[in-house]
Design a protein around this ligand. Structure first.
Ligand code: MN
Length: 377
């Protein structure tokens, strides 16, 4: 039986992780939430963790009055839950680059990681993958595409990979014209056609920045050059990604779209459990289609590739910019095309640091956020 700590337990991935754990019968030893006390209290009652953290300090103080287990707050709190002695596995489903330091702390405390926080790898993939090796822990992706790639690569010679093909639903705006995109609002982005997800990732899916971040994530997870990673729009979200090999053979992973499968696989690998998702009915799917992404309308994907290729602190700068812009878009303060255009501005301004240290990454992250906040008033 595994003992799990979950960072971000009240979010979309966090709650689905708990559903998976219900079936697996694992022990939950630590939970953390941003500020959703109502749900966190319910989770505390049900799972009886040893300790919890609430990122928001006032909410943490409020919770302290109600429960008789240790409650901590802020990044310190996240780090405590990330390093609990009693946990052997940490699920990191925090949203944004705030998840980076807790991931590092977990790895250094020799916890196995199930990582939904892709920003960790986007900002510091060059450091994280080295730490994973050095500390001999396992890092499993909780991202449907990367879970698919992992399964397609199982037992294969990595040197014989021709390309990793990331599939992409296309997001809520995949069929919109330029004119329509000029007018889309946050609420439209949240109506994702095939996946039910949190607000930040739903906007990222709509701009294709999510796929851009995933390209960078794949580069680090599987140690592959950017020119060997491609993206195809696949509106049905049945094929979760594919690997093409030198002999032109392609291996794909298919299932009904549900994050519960990649979550469970990350927790049970190399084992598989029965029936967390329903069986795929081919005859109901009828057809699987593919098309190239439109990089003119969805420029964020192109910018993420460019940032990845430039490397150093550039992906971190782009990620920080995107996080601020998504927040502004969700507040209806900027439009759809403002996201890509402001990322381009920052990419022009930012002089990337080669091989940045964690301190340098955190510094870039902070500075860029301030800069973008000033740009958008
Ligand atoms: Mn994904």
């Amino acid at each position: 039986m595994k003992s799990i700590s979950i960072l971000g337990s009240t979010g979309s991935i966090g709650t689905q992780t708990l559903e998976v754990i219900d079936r697996l019968g694992y022990k939950v030893v630590g939970l953390s939430s941003n500020k959703n006390l109502k749900l966190l209290e319910k989770q505390i009652e049900k799972y009886k963790p040893l300790e919890v953290a609430v990122f928001n300090k006032e909410k943490a103080d409020e919770l302290k009055e109600k429960v008789d287990i240790p409650v901590s707050s802020g990044l310190k709190g996240l780090n405590r839950i990330a390093t609990l002695n009693e946990a052997d596995t940490v699920v990191n489903s925090v949203v944004g680059s705030i998840g980076l330091i807790p991931t590092i702390k977990s790895i250094k405390s020799r916890k196995n990681i199930a990582l939904a926080n892709k920003e960790t790898l986007v900002c510091a993939g060059h450091i994280i993958m080295g730490l994973v090796k050095k500390n001999k822990i396992s890092l499993m992706p909780i991202d449907s595409e990367h879970s698919a790639l992992f399964q397609c690569l199982n037992g294969e010679n990595r040197k014989k990979i021709k390309q990793l093909i990331l599939t992409c639903s296309g997001g809520a705006f995949r069929d919109k014209t330029k004119k329509q995109l000029e007018k889309v609002k946050a609420k439209d982005a949240l109506k994702h056609p095939t996946w039910n997800m949190g607000s930040k990732i739903s906007v990222d899916s709509a701009t294709l920045m999510n796929k851009g971040l995933e390209v960078i994530e794949a580069k680090w997870l599987y140690d592959i050059d950017y020119n060997k990673i491609s993206v195809t729009i696949h509106p049905q979200s049945i094929i979760h990604s594919m690997v093409e090999f030198n002999d032109n053979s392609i291996i794909a992973q298919l299932s009904v779209p549900s994050m519960k499968l990649p979550i469970e696989y990350a927790l049970t690998y190399p084992d598989r459990e029965k029936g967390i998702v329903k069986q795929l009915d081919f005859f109901k799917v009828k057809k699987l289609t593919f098309r190239k992404p439109n990089l003119k309308l969805f420029e964020c994907l192109d910018l993420a590739y460019k940032a990845g290729k430039i490397g150093g602190s550039m992906p971190c700068a782009v990620n920080a910019t995107n996080e601020v812009l998504v927040k502004k878009f969700l507040e209806n303060k900027i439009g759809f095309f403002d996201i890509a255009s402001n990322i381009k501005k920052i990419m022009k301004e930012h002089n990337p640091i080669k091989n940045p240290s964690i301190e340098e990454i955190l510094n870039v992250d902070k500075k860029i956020r301030k800069r973008v906040e000033k740009m958008i008033i």
